[in-house]
Design a protein. Sequence first.
Length: 467
Amino acid sequence: MGEQAEEQAKTNPLGTERVSGLMIKFSIPSIIAMVIGAVYNIVDQLFIGHAVGTLGNAATNVVFPLTTSCVALALLFGIGGASCFNLTMGRNDPKKAVHYIGNALVLLFGSGVALCIFTQIFMMPLLHAFGTPDDVFPYAMNYLRITSIGFPFLILTTGGGHLIRADASPKMAMACSLTGAILNTILDAVFVLGFQWGMRGAALATIIGQIVSGIMVVVYMRGFKTVPLHRAHLRVRGACVKEIVTIGLASFANQICMMVVQIVMNNSLTYYGALSVYGEAIPLACSGIIMKVYQIFFTVIIGLAQGAQPIESFNYGAKLYQRVREAYRSALLIGGVISVASFIFFRLFPRQILQWFGSNTEEYFEFGVMFFRIFMFFTWLNFLQPISSSFFTAIGKPKKGVFLSLTRQLIFILPLILILPIRFGIMGLLYSAPVADLLSAIVTVFMVRAEFRAMRALELSEQPEAV
């Protein structure tokens, strides 16, 4: 390796501390921060389920694709900026590295403002496109009109957390998200149950928490530790933006594909639900609840992958390939344990989970239990694809990361959602997920094995240079 990179590796803890210790240091706060983000929606769903009922739960489900789009933008610029920063620091170029942080901050908040304006202007056609039934429409409008105001702060908090972790402050990233989530929960109780403001109260509680979290991110960035962040670093540079977007594209693509699948799934649930004994609202409400519960599991896996990213990025940039492989394998092992535990939990307690969100009809529970047990049958395999996609992004190979992100959501599950219900009705929608999960896991295994072989060959070819 080069002398500068070698010196940087010797002084930076990412290149010297035990990988297992670094995984704990970075992954646990990252996981907590991601779970807190998922809890925002779960908390609203819990209070709305008890105070408003099935129609309110269905409303939060049909607007959820826009929340997913916020996360997509946060990951595009947050992971892209953080990975570029870590890779550049691994090459011992701090003057260049800090521009990625400044540009990422501007892109995060600016994209949130743009999405907010777009949503406010095109709210009605968006809700129609998302498959909103007529009786759910007023609830969805009431909720989205307010929550869209919080989009810039949601994106800034979620994406800014990655930048803060890149500054070796994972606990601060967690604190930013945790503060907003606690505030949201308290205000949900006050606004929804105390003042009986219904959907409007839940929406107000959400955006107040998001605004507070966003302000905390901005305050932290004023004292960025690794390299001082100045106003000049906020000036958007085309070259920086291109690199940030290129690196963050894999995570962005995965979220956008999830959003497309959510929209198609919502429309299909409405259509095929109307043709079944369950009607339109029950499948939408159950799907919304279950997917948000599943999102908690999935965000744990994403948080684990994000915790491994700075370790993988820095050590790949410093040509410490054994440490890269060790970080990836550690994430995979932990992810496997979490996935198996989640699978067992979902199989054993589906009805009890549904009851947390309020009492309902027997048809509601019947469909919800089927959704849990069929749609999420391969939960125990679902850690492979996100951890591996994040791994490719971290080592600067975004095209492979993007392709892997597309496998489950776009290449496999979307066609299955469209095809299987033609033959099997609403049950075809439930069986689409396990088939897609299995196929994407197989593709992931082959791609990672090939990359590890290429990494070992690269290691051998550079060995004389390290002697």
